[in-house]
Design a protein around this ligand. Sequence first.
Ligand code: AMP
Length: 351
Amino acid sequence: MLKRGSTIGVFGGGQLGRMMAAAAAPLGYRCIGYAPEGDNVAALLCSDFVTAEWDDEAALADFASRCDVVTWEFENVPVATARAIPQGGIFPPPAALETAQDRLNEKRFVEVLGGRTAPYVPVDSRADLDAALDTIGLPAILKTRRDGYDGKGQWRIHSADDAAIDLPAAPTILEGFVTFEAEFSIVLVRGQDGEMRVWDSTRNIHEDGVLSASQFPAGPQIEAQVDEARALAKKVAQKLGYVGVLTLEFFATDDGPVFNEMAPRVHNSGHWTIEGAATSQFENHIRAVAGLPLGNTRTVAKAVEMRNILGSDIESAHALLDDGDTHLHDYGKSDIREGRKMGHVTRLARR
Ligand code: AMP
């Protein structure tokens, strides 16, 4: 168990790290962030922030020596960077990054554990794509295996004409298009002693491949599929020897939950837990990596809605507070770009 005053290192400098640092403070810890140059908004809430490249060995060694334990808020931290921290000094285990950073790996991993996925075929060339389209049929989605997020690095293929794209230089995967009623995620936390707790699932609404809102209650169709999805998520966490918050995203279909992807970290679809649950995903992540007992995850409101604020909408976000049940989280980003996640609001209907 980390003693009070200990230092938690966080790889990544985005809003997730910022909200982790905010959760660590009342538990008696401080955070030091580490990320390459960028709009590192976590730095504003961390007690110190190291700006260095992921492969800067000297900076990494110095960072490790200043931290009692290290975690990450960014899932594309190179595995070698995570492994530069001595074993047992970093949670979740770096093997979780290795599994989740590659869409092909994570699908295979989940299938072995009994999960259902969209049909998929790895594609490394034009000939592969033609063969994969024959196998999978139309419509389909081509995705880069690595580094894609929020719908980036994806091409929807509805017709033979759509398939005439310039293939990216990186390896890709062709997925069959899943017909689904709704999307949801399982956000769970696993402690160092193997105890697991799961938050309620919300209905996740996406626009242009980006999460725009999560709503609780999620509705009967999702509720009927949550148990099966939770069982799978727990198997994934168990198999990885996971410590911290883990997220698995699913499509709710007529055949049951179809696994889409996993994030070995706190997740946008869990932001509602800051006000809407007894213990937030950020607090429980910090508790887990610090070896503290986990907090209760029960929902404390009758209904909750989290909405992302994108681009310049952040400039008028204070007006949303005219409604007294709405809570604003402005991530403090200075670089306002259309479509960029700048903040979120959570609205609770109290019990
Ligand atoms: P991803 O980056 O894989 O989470 O994809 C972003 C969003 O695109 C998902 O949340 C879905 O709304 C949609 N999507 C991704 N893959 C599929 C699929 N195989 N079938 C249907 N919709 C998909």
